[in-house]
Design a binder for this molecule. Structure first.
Ligand SMILES: [Zn+2]
Length: 232
């Protein structure tokens, strides 16, 4: 018997890593843009910081709320699907056996073998077999709304903390440049890390995140500067 390598593919690790990187990206881009917009309007450092901190809290809560709602509704759908499946299994065993066997035929098994596989899997765990192969629900994809909400709020806050730290540390005269440059560096590092962990080329990932980050920051700074001179 040959031993399996411990890690054959990386999809499971990519799931949470991608979510974490996306949360942190959002935190960096939106908070750095906010800071630059307010700084561009000529505000003092204390006011820039207040805006940035408010942006961190607002963004983290908005991420948490959005994630909770979206994952909850996914979880409701999954639960309803499972409930329907449980009823069908209880009332129409024959049709369910044929249904599962048909799925395996479609995936390439011969009819007799498909029937055998379906019978054996259903003897072992009928609902589990239907959940996996008919509904596409596995334990790994089972939705957890509270964890998802907490995770996206936390990763957003970590990302948002980086431009805020730069805002605290940079001299006011250089604040805009320090926040913009450090945020682009953080974005590039995150993009490279995510790409390398996923086994894809890091150059494309870094180019994408820095381009969109620079665009967001540049645009917000421009609007802030314009607004600051016309309104302020
Ligand atoms: Zn079924």
């Amino acid at each position: 018997m040959r031993a399996h390598p411990v890690e054959r593919h990386r999809t499971t690790r990519i799931g949470w890593l991608r979510a974490a990187v996306m949360g942190a990206n959002d935190g960096i881009v939106s908070t750095a843009s906010l800071v630059l917009g307010v700084a561009g309007a000529g505000a003092a450092r204390a006011d820039v910081l207040v805006a940035g901190v408010a942006g961190l809290v607002a963004g983290a809560m908005s991420m948490a709320a959005g994630e909770y709602v979206s994952v909850s509704s996914q979880s409701d759908t999954e639960r309803a699907d499972l409930e329907r499946e449980r009823k069908e299994l209880a009332t129409d065993d024959d049709a369910e056996r044929a249904e599962l066997a048909a799925i395996y035929v479609k995936r390439g098994l011969e009819r007799d073998l498909a029937r055998q596989v379906s019978d054996q899997l259903m003897a072992h765990d009928a609902l589990g077999a239907h959940a996996r192969d008919e509904l596409g629900i596995s334990e790994l994809t089972t939705a957890r709304p509270v964890q998802a909400a907490f995770a996206s709020a936390a990763t957003f806050a970590v990302g948002a903390g980086l431009p805020l730290l730069a805002t605290v540390l940079a001299p006011r005269s250089l604040l805009v440049w320090v926040v913009a440059a450090s945020s682009l560096v953080f974005l590039a590092l995150l993009g490279a890390m995510a790409a390398l962990a996923g086994g894809s080329r890091w150059q494309a990932s870094v180019a994408r995140v820095t381009f969109w980050g620079a665009l967001a920051m540049g645009l917000t700074f421009g609007v802030g500067a314009l607004f600051g001179t016309t309104v302020g």
